[in-house]
Ligand binder design. Structure first.
Ligand SMILES: Cc1cc2nc3c(=O)[nH]c(=O)nc-3n(C[C@H](O)[C@H](O)[C@H](O)COP(=O)(O)OP(=O)(O)OC[C@H]3O[C@@H](n4cnc5c(N)ncnc54)[C@H](O)[C@@H]3O)c2cc1C
Length: 474
């Protein structure tokens, strides 16, 4: 069995301290991936029955076709139906959640330094913690164990105080705790180097399979169709008498669906769907990972922890923890494979190690704790660390709901609702300019090198020390 402390030693040849880990390095690998590893969820929707071909016959026409059955596709479908557009179809290449969603850490923090984002997160929380259950009678798997933001300097604590004030406006309960109060709440935590913490009792964790099945059940009950095992192979576009290019139909090997509206919620595959209609989708796929520990005595019921200065999060996983973060030197996935479903990459310990020192410092019991499994999967990142949403300027009726920068579970409900509003009413309800695909000039969405370099930079910066603090609280 590997121990977290031993892993430090194994990679760097000495135990403590680790020394500077800011080697700016970009990998570009032909990754091997596997379906053998397990994620720490009791249930995934992985197909066990060898079923092939679509799970339902395709309709001839629909008002909208959503492509992709992950967090964003399911949320968008559900909200379209709730807003009254029920002649809608979701097409998923494999089974629901098969891309990134099935192995997410699923953390939902309610506080971010943007009023719009606070509202988007609040909506997701409302959907998964109460609305869906009230509507379907099914549990989504929401766990409300609270969230704890760690401040190891005054600047960070001041920022958290500002977050608390913003939260108050939106009725989000939060408390600034002293190191002693933090120790009382989380006895296994090292608080010697703490300035204080921000405790948000109603933060929690979403379950990917539970969330997506419940969303799809609620949508189908309102008339939507969810068709799995049905990859989209082409999108037809026609030019109208004004010379405007418009979506006409979606093609699959099992039939064609006529539609004026396509919603690209295909995660890291969204660039491929964009190419089918000549739309550049400026996102990049990267490896993103966490490890799941063996049992830790006394960890049960603790809140999830985000230590921005150490670039690490600790997510409660029953009686264990998942440990993850954002690396300075992430690995790109250049050759996004169509065969990748319920799959994972092998973890590169050399890259991942930079999270371990911070994790062990925060919860010293981790040093002697074994690692049960590693979870390393693909996720989309964008140049400014914000999602890509709205109608592509090149093709009318071609909408984007992708590029979620490791926040697609917690933003899924809010963004699914805005996207549905955008499709039905021609514009979102909230000020979504920061997420609108039109914020990027065409010359930039075409520039693959720019997208790659900026996405890498914004990924790494997302968790770096306080000088970037205004944009650091993801
Ligand atoms: C290790 C890790 C930890 C994370 N932790 C968190 C977290 O704590 N909180 C959080 O909010 N987010 C987290 N995220 C991010 C979050 O999981 C993702 O942002 C989210 O799951 C993305 O959902 P999606 O619907 O955009 O993409 P996906 O889940 O990838 O869904 C896209 C779907 O499209 C399908 N598809 C692709 N091509 C086609 C086609 N041609 N035809 C039909 N279907 C197609 C795919 O099969 C796939 O199911 C994490 C991600 C990773 C990797």
């Amino acid at each position: 069995m590997a121990f977290l402390g031993t892993a430090v030693w194994r990679v760097f040849g000495y135990r403590h301290p680790l020394g500077p880990l800011c080697r700016a390095r970009c990998y570009s690998v032909q990754s091997e991936f596997t379906t053998e590893k397990s994620v720490p969820y009791a249930k995934t929707l992985k197909q066990e029955d060898g079923l092939s071909g679509p799970t339902k016959p395709l309709p001839r026409a629909a008002d909208a076709v959503v492509i992709g059955g992950g967090s964003l596709g399911c949320q968008t479908l559900y909200h379209l139906c709730k807003m009254g557009m029920t002649n809608v179809v979701l097409l998923e290449r494999d089974r629901l959640t098969a891309g990134t969603t099935w192995h997410t850490a699923g953390l939902l923090w309610q506080l971010r330094p943007s009023d719009t984002e606070v509202e988007l997160l609040a909506h997701t929380r409302r959907v998964v913690s109460s609305e869906l259950e009230a509507e379907t009678g099914l549990e989504t798997g929401w766990i409300q164990n609270g969230g704890l933001f760690i401040a190891s300097n005054k600047q960070r604590l001041d920022e958290y105080k500002r977050l608390m004030s913003l939260g108050k406006v939106y009725g989000i309960e939060s408390h600034v705790l002293s190191p002693a109060e933090t120790k009382e709440l989380y006895p296994l935590m090292n608080v010697k180097d703490l300035y204080g913490t921000l405790y948000v009792p109603k933060d929690g964790t979403m379950d990917p399979a539970g969330t997506c099945t419940t969303l799809s059940r609620a949508a189908t009950a309102r008339g939507a169709m969810v068709i799995e095992n049905c990859p989209v192979t082409g999108i037809q576009v026609q030019t109208d008498h004004m010379g405007v290019r418009r979506v006409k139909a979606v093609e699959t090997d099992f039939g064609t669906i006529e539609t004026p509206c396509v919603v690209n919620c295909a995660g890291v595959w969204a660039t491929k769907l964009g190419k089918m209609v000549g739309v550049n989708v400026p996102l990049i796929a990267m490896h993103h990972a966490y490890v799941v520990t063996e049992r830790i005595e006394g960890i049960q019921n603790m809140p999830n922890v985000r230590d921005h200065d150490a670039s690490v999060y600790l997510r409660l996983q029953g009686d264990a923890l998942s440990v993850g973060g954002y690396e300075q030197n992430p690995i790109f996935w250049d050759e996004v494979s169509d065969k990748f479903a319920f799959s994972l990459f092998n973890l590169d310990w050399d890259v991942f190690m930079q999270h371990i020192e911070g994790a062990i410092n925060r919860v010293p019991a981790l040093e002697q704790t074994g690692i049960k499994s590693t979870v390393c999967g693909p996720e989309s990142f964008t140049a400014d660390h914000k999602p890509l949403m709205g109608e592509a300027p090149e093709v009318r009726g071609f909408f984007l709901g992708c590029g979620f920068n490791s926040a697609g579970m917690m933003l899924g409900g809010g963004c699914g609702k805005e996207l549905a509003h955008w499709i039905i009413h021609g514009r979102p309800e909230k000020d979504m300019y920061g997420y609108d695909i039109r914020r990027f000039h065409h010359s930039l969405t075409n520039n693959n090198r720019w997208i790659r370099e900026r996405s890498h930079e914004s990924y790494a910066k997302n968790y770096s020390p306080p000088k970037q603090l205004q944009c650091a609280l993801a």
